[in-house]
Design a binder for this molecule. Structure first.
Ligand SMILES: Nc1ncnc2c1ncn2[C@@H]1O[C@H](COP(=O)(O)OP(=O)(O)OP(=O)(O)O)[C@@H](O)[C@H]1O
Ligand SMILES: [Mg+2]
Length: 306
């Protein structure tokens, strides 16, 4: 009999649309692999549904809030159904850039300088401190979002104040980060083994939402990233360390800026995108792992007590 897999997708985060792209792509792959597959949108009541259909495995294709931050993982632990990707603690640490930075620092990983400000803080009162600590240009972003949503590069105090005003309506804690010029390199890690590094060259100002998901944006993907052998090995090693420092499982993707011969770690994603333009499948393909085999590996790697 075919094994029943439920693919969780959609949900209620700002990345809902992208999650459907990831979810549908993975769902089709699982069908091709011979599984029986049911897609579940977690925006609506889904726990009773899972209890009723009793899937053997849950494939988590959610991105962002509630799907990537430990919430859904704790429900799945409670239900004792094996699920893909990272467990509760790793997911919530990785999704929260303020917290993951503590772990990265502890593990001596190079990260951009940063400050966190609360939404009700008066930005004018901290601007001098910000200028002294980080300097312009700087990057403002939510501590817990994805797909570059809410990420803005600020060249001066005015831009910072305007963007802070926008973000403070949506988020409680906001990260100000030193802008790292240079190149965009991302590394996939599969079960504690680094797979490869890709370089992205956006035509836009930076690797923003459009540059990530729209073919019209014509972001250049260079796989493998053109780096010396030494540097390529180094960034793979850093990504593995980042993955392990948060206790991640399954597949992750770590994002870097490469400047002055140094890799600055921006974040580790525990639910990396699996859309048509996504990077983990592209890196895997270069290593001879097809999309379908990658998804199948994730299912075979699933467990609870993660
Ligand atoms: N400190 C920085 N210096 C330079 N560029 C940055 C910096 N922070 C973010 N960026 C740019 O913005 C992009 C998105 O940033 P980041 O990865 O932090 O956001 P995210 O929303 O979590 O993204 P993801 O889609 O990977 O979850 C980066 O890939 C990079 O191009
Ligand atoms: Mg990122």
């Amino acid at each position: 009999m075919k094994k029943l897999i439920a693919v969780l997708m959609g949900g209620s985060s700002r990345e809902r649309k992208i999650s459907f792209l990831t979810g549908r792509a993975c769902s089709s792959a699982l069908k091709r692999k011979g599984y029986k597959v049911i897609n579940i949108d977690t925006k609506n009541e889904f726990v009773e549904k899972i209890k009723k259909i009793k899937p053997k495995i849950i494939f988590n294709a959610l991105h962002g809030k509630y799907g990537e931050d430990g919430y859904v993982q704790s429900i799945l632990e409670y239900l004792k159904i094996p699920y893909t990707h990272s467990g509760i603690a790793s997911s919530s640490l990785a999704m929260n850039k303020e917290l993951s930075k503590i772990f990265f620092k502890k593990n001596k990983l190079l990260i951009p300088k940063s400050i966190v400000i609360k939404k009700n803080q008066n930005i004018s009162n901290v601007i001098n401190y910000v200028k002294k600590k980080i300097k312009f240009p700087l990057v403002i972003k939510p501590i817990n979002e994805g797909s570059s949503l809410g990420v803005f590069i600020c060249n001066n105090s005015k831009m910072l104040k305007n963007n802070f005003k926008k973000l403070s309506k949506l988020y409680n804690r906001i990260l100000l980060e030193q802008y790292i010029p240079g190149r965009e390199i991302q590394v996939a890690v599969m079960g504690n083994k680094p797979l490869g590094a890709i370089e992205l060259i956006p035509k836009r100002k930076f690797y923003d939402y459009k540059a990530k998901y729209s073919t019209n944006a014509k972001t250049k993907h260079i796989m493998p990233a053109v780096l010396s052998k030494k540097k390529y090995t180094q960034v793979l090693k850093i990504a593995k360390k980042a993955h392990k420092s948060l206790g991640c499982r399954g597949i992750t993707r770590s994002d870097f800026r490469f400047n002055n011969n140094k890799f600055y770690l921006l974040e580790t994603n525990t639910q990396p995108g699996m859309t048509k333009l996504s990077l983990v499948p592209e890196i895997a393909k270069y290593k001879g792992i097809t999309f379908d085999n990658l998804v199948d590996w994730m299912v075979k790697d699933a467990s609870y007590n993660r």
